[in-house]
Ligand binder design. Structure first.
Ligand code: SF4
Length: 168
């Protein structure tokens, strides 16, 4: 197999699901922090010039994640060695934190949902019904568009932000 073909090979579906569940768990654990628009643009710029990116699918071939989604979450990191993204987040959560327990539980649930065919890591938004059931309405996965942090799409609005708008 040529070097270029090797570079474009995706991880297995199980590894992709595991990576996504891990990223999602960390994101939830840390309170769902997002990057700024400038940081998002900087990350995508790095991905777009990276040989590990499958440009057709816009997926990172190292972790299998959709980079336009992955880049929004402040807690995610570039899996390349050395990383092509600047580190942006340092965890403050202790191991006994309630959110850690929630994150671990969410990971397990997403694995089971994947096994049951309910959750498809190729379509991150299929995690939404599960997240809603867990009470994580404020961090549901939005469909990708050109914008980033703070953007709402019809039918995928952020209930927390809406509440704030109404009050203000
Ligand atoms: S996340 Fe890192 S390794 Fe993956 S495509 Fe982006 S820059 Fe490349």
């Amino acid at each position: 197999m040529s070097m270029s073909k090797e570079n474009k090979k995706m991880p297995s579906i199980f590894t992709m699901a595991k990576n996504f569940a891990k990223d999602l768990g960390t994101y939830i654990k840390e309170g769902a922090p997002n990057v700024t628009h400038a940081q998002y643009t900087e990350r995508l710029k790095a991905c777009n010039t990276c040989p590990k990116l499958d440009k057709e699918k816009m997926r990172c071939t190292l972790c299998g994640c959709l980079v336009e989604h992955k880049a929004k979450w402040k807690t995610t990191t570039c899996p390349d060695k050395p990383p092509r993204w600047k580190p942006m987040f340092k965890s403050l959560a202790g191991p006994k934190n309630e959110n850690v327990r929630k994150a671990i539980a969410t990971n397990k649930i997403l694995h089971k949902a994947y096994d049951a065919g309910i959750f498809d890591p190729k379509k991150p938004e299929t995690a939404n019904p599960i997240l809603r059931k867990l009470g994580y309405d404020d961090i549901i996965v939005r469909k990708q568009n050109k914008e980033c942090d703070g953007c709402d799409e019809p039918g995928e609005s952020n209930s927390t932000e809406k509440g704030k708008e109404k009050k203000g």
